[in-house]
Design a binder for this molecule. Sequence first.
Ligand code: AMP
Length: 192
Amino acid sequence: MLNLILFGPPGAGKGTQSEKILAKYGLKHISTGDLLRSEIANKTELGLKAKGFMDEGKLVPDEVVIGMVDNVIMNNPGVYGFLFDGFPRTKAQAEALDALLRQHEENINLMLALDVPEEELIARMINRAKTSGRTDDADSEVQKRRIGVYKNETLAVASYYDQFGKVTTVNGLGSVDDIFSALSTEIDNHYA
Ligand code: AMP
């Protein structure tokens, strides 16, 4: 299997690049943000619980997102691999993901970290808010909090995988195609 994590701050372009990676490498997408938004749209109990955290730009509790990821992995036996997008976001989630994959005798092969300066992240979130309808992209306080959460809680995930030599950083500035080409080169160098 080829199990990848696409990592980066909010607004780094993970969603856009995920679509291209999935199409090229035939992986199953696991975006916890998308899964949570679909729970909210379906007005499930989990969605109702998650909405308050998301609207405020805070992380949804670890056990909620880990449970969702566990379900997708369990329900997709025989896939070529998974692309994790927006997950793991805490060290506890990373450890839980490793344990889940170990149950299937699998592990994370590579973390691709998109590097984008902070001013550009804010500009992209403002831009995305115009088309996505995402309320968490539209509010400047929420944008700042999400970047703060990334620095305080999520960056530790990169250090966690770095200790196993699994992190590679890619410049997230430039055209969508150029960034995708740089990501593809990294994936191919490591695994294809
Ligand atoms: P995203 O679409 O990945 O930017 O996620 C949007 C929001 O969903 C985040 O600001 C969090 O509130 C929540 N969320 C998504 N993924 C996670 C995760 N792995 N852990 C905790 N909260 C998450």
